[in-house]
Ligand binder design. Structure first.
Ligand code: DGL
Length: 259
């Protein structure tokens, strides 16, 4: 079983930022990645729709022999993870905005969070936020339009920079010292964000934490791949392959699949 792949899915190409972290920490694991780009953005959908899409993705990953699932999408995690864990018997790892580390480390007592509407309106996000941000000002901002621009390959566009400036401004006014990226697409916006944000503001995401959690669950379940062979990375998308290819590189197997 340990040689079976880790199954990863996202509403599109963003979860490849998590795949990168997994690859760094778990260099011998085979991976299968599903980019459900046809249905992006999940952030604008209802909870029921997000649950149904997540199940569709997991069913496909299981049919391809995944040994563990990584939900590389904050929106799917915050809306569906409990239902998914109830519905499947294999381990499922989720990703949530890194509110806790930001809240514990802020000196200005103000943090910003950029995420999708689906994540920011979820119960799970609010429960976590309430738990850790007592006495801290949390500036929540929906990143409307950002996922669509990334999905259409417009990461470095003028449109992207203008949107980001508008979204960040209220956070600067509130004197944040931490910006939490609560969507797996957003780490790809790092170059623009670094240009817009003053140097003292730290940007954090949950990618590394997800990789660490995956390692620990693989060990616990004794399904860590002990083979030292070159791993196989397979990507499937039901949308445009060009953007996905530009993000993960041409040397991997990237296929169109209607799912
Ligand atoms: N990458 C997804 C996330 O982390 C984007 C969700 C969307 O498609 O709106 O939330």
């Amino acid at each position: 079983m340990s040689k079976q792949p880790i199954g990863i899915f996202d509403s599109g190409v963003g979860g490849t930022s998590i795949w990168r972290e997994l690859k760094l920490l778990l260099p011998h694991e085979n991976t299968l990645y599903l980019a459900d780009s046809k249905n992006a953005p999940y952030g604008e959908k209802t909870k029921d729709e997000i649950v149904a899409l997540s199940k569709k993705n997991i069913d496909l990953l299981l049919s391809k022999d995944s040994k563990l699932i990584v939900v590389a999408c904050n929106t799917a995690t915050t809306n569906a993870i409990a239902i998914l864990r109830d519905s499947y018997s294999i381990p499922i790892i989720g990703i949530e905005p890194a509110i806790k580390p930001a809240a514990l480390q802020t000196k200005t007592k103000a943090i910003g969070i950029l995420a999708t509407k689906g994540t920011l309106s979820s119960r799970l996000f609010h429960d976590t936020s309430d738990l850790y941000t007592n006495g801290i000002k949390v500036i929540e901002q929906v990143g409307e339009g950002l996922v669509q621009l990334i999905e259409s390959g417009k990461i470095n566009s003028e449109e992207m920079s203008s949107l980001l400036k508008v979204y960040i401004e209220p956070m600067l006014d509130a004197n944040i010292d931490y910006l939490v990226l609560g969507c797996t697409h957003y780490p790809y916006l790092m170059p623009q964000l670094l240009e817009i944000l003053p140097k003292h503001i730290k940007i954090i995401d949950s990618g590394e934490a997800v990789a660490k959690q995956t390692l620990s669950v693989l060990k616990q379940n004794q399904i860590l791949n002990s083979s030292k062979q070159q791993p196989k990375f397979q990507f499937f998308s039901n949308g445009d392959l060009e953007v996905l290819t530009s993000l993960v590189g041409e040397k991997h197997s990237i296929e169109y699949l209607d799912f």
